[in-house]
Design a protein. Sequence first.
Length: 197
Amino acid sequence: MATRQNPGGTRLRSVAALVAVLAATACTAQPDPAPRPGLPPTLGPSQNTPNRAAGDGSIPENGSISLNDTGHAAIANLDPALLTAVRTAATNAAARGVELRVTSGWRSTQYQQRLLDEAIARYRSVEEARKLVHPPEKSKHVTGQAIDIGPTAAADWLIQHGADYGLCQTYANEMWHFELLTTPGGQCPQPLSDANG
Ligand SMILES: [Zn+2]
């Protein structure tokens, strides 16, 4: 089938080429959009991906960043509702002497896959790794709908008070991982045993 001659196809390709030339001509006739000096392209506004910052969202192991570090992809690419809720919680926690830090936020697909690969290597077991790290297609970090909070005192505080902001611990074996799972002042669902549970 694929080797059969098709004279009509040749004519169609010519038409397609002509259309392409016309489209290119039309494009050059349009004035270029005004440049925005002073703003790196990655920080400029984009209609399709608002607030998207460059990078894969990685934060070094045992490291943390501020909730206000909006230049970091881990923060900038979070679901705005989640970020607002955690910031409100952090303000009230700070008033009680507890600082909420972010140990992980949004992650790119590639970064999530890397974390899974590292966990599989570390535990030498896909099953054990999957209890702690979702594949990219299942991870709420990749969609910007999950955040990991540290240090331990901060995670403790958020487990106790998170529901006031709609924030819930998702997995019993991850005291640091929170998602918006209820309405502010509502009741959190019982945490799942682990990411695979
Ligand atoms: Zn997490």
